[in-house]
Design a protein around this ligand. Structure first.
Ligand SMILES: Cc1cc2nc3c(=O)[nH]c(=O)nc-3n(C[C@H](O)[C@H](O)[C@H](O)COP(=O)(O)OP(=O)(O)OC[C@H]3O[C@@H](n4cnc5c(N)ncnc54)[C@H](O)[C@@H]3O)c2cc1C
Length: 492
């Protein structure tokens, strides 16, 4: 197979893995550069469809980044094969069709250049390899998907489902890439993008994986009018290497990808590749997240797998302001009791809220700090505004009202103070996609407007944030972009 079609994919997390697999399936040779060297260990014991013991490897704070917005901001990374999927929970809701369009109510800049219909085949394909436990039926604001293992919310929660429906919401099983009902593995998660996707590709003749290979810079060739190489630091050899590339897929996570593009300066692009309109790194967003528990006046079946209360309807909500609620068990004791279908009165809740992406929240090169390679470190400037915080606080009250509407007296417990950026590791937006260059760094096929043979395939490309966990949508977008890239390379 012609090596001149070789694509360099940077990062082996869910985004890079999904893109690499799609490229290879479409006959395009791939070299993957992965900064991490060692697959972290963990332990997961699942019996009868419930996780009985789970020890995920620790997530790390990226020490090289500085923060200049909310001082409590966290920048969580896992520089390892599989990236953050070594540590993730595995919640994989699809975005709803309106999640791609509702921002338009505010301004044209918040309209995605892709639709739900564009992603639907990729959602379906990916769900088949994620081994998901879910209820496959559509509910308001959450399209159903393919479920390897079907699960319905317990019968004694149906009054809550009916109350949710009266508010125009859905109440269903939280779709989770949790693997088969019985599982014992030496990793922290059932699905890990390295073990589940990348490792099976290693036997293919046109796939090469370089671990310990930290990408430093994309090299722009003025003569060719495109990026034609990647500089990376090899941790194994302690040298700087250059890899020829016909096209590059960046999937370092939204902060890492922004940093790589910022550091890819040249005489053509002195402010970084993809930054000719000054948008690179801007519109950084995240999920304001909160944890708390509530007590019910009578016991119900313990929610394991967890249940998911979908956002309020688009028509009755302020544009781009939403929350989702995940209801589950609140203690290890209840997790064990749930194995025996016992009832309980305590419910643990996680709320994910949204931010309205703004230019003021930005991941930019630090003017003072350098990273370990002597390149400018990344400065992460993000904070939640009052409305975004109020939106999450209102969500507590809403769930209590909904429980009351279901005939249940519920008492709110202590709220764990996590309302600062980064705790969910759901950053996005730093290389947002938009049809117009004035509003986006990348186009509808994830190609950098300035350099169309470079694709940014992680959540950096998100035009807006839905209140849903991002990874399934990230993977679907990456697979779609890779299919188009493969087509273009074959027909160039
Ligand atoms: C505790 C926890 C729970 C989570 N739960 C969920 C959940 O339930 N559902 C959900 O949707 N999301 C969840 N997430 C978020 C989810 O893990 C991420 O959205 C997802 O991993 C993003 O995939 P990615 O490929 O874009 O980035 P990453 O997973 O971060 O992968 C990036 C990869 O790029 C590599 N890399 C970075 N920089 C370079 C470089 N310069 N050169 C070479 N390689 C580089 C990294 O080593 C890594 O392998 C969770 C995260 C955490 C921490």
């Amino acid at each position: 197979m012609a090596d001149e079609r070789r694509v360099v994919v940077i990062g082996s997390g869910p985004a890079g893995a999904a893109a690499a697999r799609e490229l290879l399936q479409n006959g395009v040779p791939v070299t993957m550069l992965e900064a991490g060297s060692v697959l972290p260990q963990g332990l997961l014991l699942r019996l009868g469809g419930r996780n009985l013991y789970r020890r995920a490897p620790p997530v790390c704070e990226e020490a090289a980044h500085s923060v200049s917005g909310d001082p409590k901001t966290q920048c969580l990374v896992k520089l390892a094969p599989g990236g953050l999927s070594n540590c993730w929970t595995g919640a994989v809701p699809r975005f709803a069709p309106e999640d791609f369009t509702e921002g338009e109510r505010l301004h044209e800049r918040f309209r995605w250049p892709i639709t739900y219909a564009d992603l639907e085949p990729y959602y379906d394909k990916l769900e088949r390899s994620l081994q998901i436990t879910a209820d496959p039926r559509d509910v308001p604001q959450l399209p159903g998907g393919y479920a390897s293992y079907r699960h319905r919310i317990p019968a004694d929660w149906q009054d809550v489902e009916h109350a949710a429906n009266r508010f125009g919401q859905g109440f269903t099983t939280y779709p989770l890439a949790d693997g088969p009902p019985n599982l014992l593995v030496r990793r922290g998660t059932a699905f890990n993008s390295y073990t589940s996707i990348v490792r099976p590709l290693l036997g293919l003749p046109h796939f090469r994986l370089e671990t310990g290979a930290h990408a430093l810079q994309l090299q722009w060739s003025a003569a060719k009018g495109k990026v034609d190489g990647v500089l990376y630091h090899s941790r194994h050899k302690n040298t700087t290497e250059r890899l020829e590339a016909n096209a590059v897929v960046i999937a370092c996570g939204p902060l890492g990808s922004a940093k790589l593009l910022h550091n890819s300066t040249s005489s053509h692009f002195p402010d970084g590749l993809g930054n000719s309109t000054g948008l690179l790194g801007r519109f950084l967003h995240d999920h304001p997240r909160e944890w708390w528990a509530f007590q019910m006046d009578r016991p119900r079946t313990l929610l394991s797998p967890s249940a998911y209360l979908t956002r309020l309807p688009y028509g009755s909500s302020a544009p781009l302001l939403a929350t989702s609620w995940t209801l589950g068990v609140a203690s290890l004791q209840d997790r064990i009791r749930s194995r025996f279908a016992l009832k309980g009165t305590t419910v643990g809740v996680q709320i994910l809220g949204t931010m309205i992406p703004s230019e003021a929240c930005v991941a930019k090169p630090s003017s003072t700090r350098k990273d370990e390679f002597g390149l400018p470190a990344l400065d992460v400037c993000i904070h939640y505004n009052d409305e975004e915080v109020r939106n999450v606080v209102r969500a507590r009250e809403h769930l209590m009202n909904l429980m009351a509407a279901a005939g249940c007296r519920a008492t709110l417990g202590e709220v764990v103070p996590t309302l600062f950026p980064g705790t969910a590791a759901h950053y996005g937006g730093t290389a947002r996609m938009h049809t117009k260059r004035e509003y986006g760094v990348t186009d509808a096929w994830n190609r950098v407007h300035d350099a169309p043979n470079v694709l940014v395939c992680d959540a950096a490309c998100f035009t807006t944030a839905a209140e849903k966990n991002p990874t399934l949508t990230v993977m679907a977008i990456a697979a779609r972009a890779a299919t188009r890239l493969a087509h273009d390379l074959k027909h160039a």
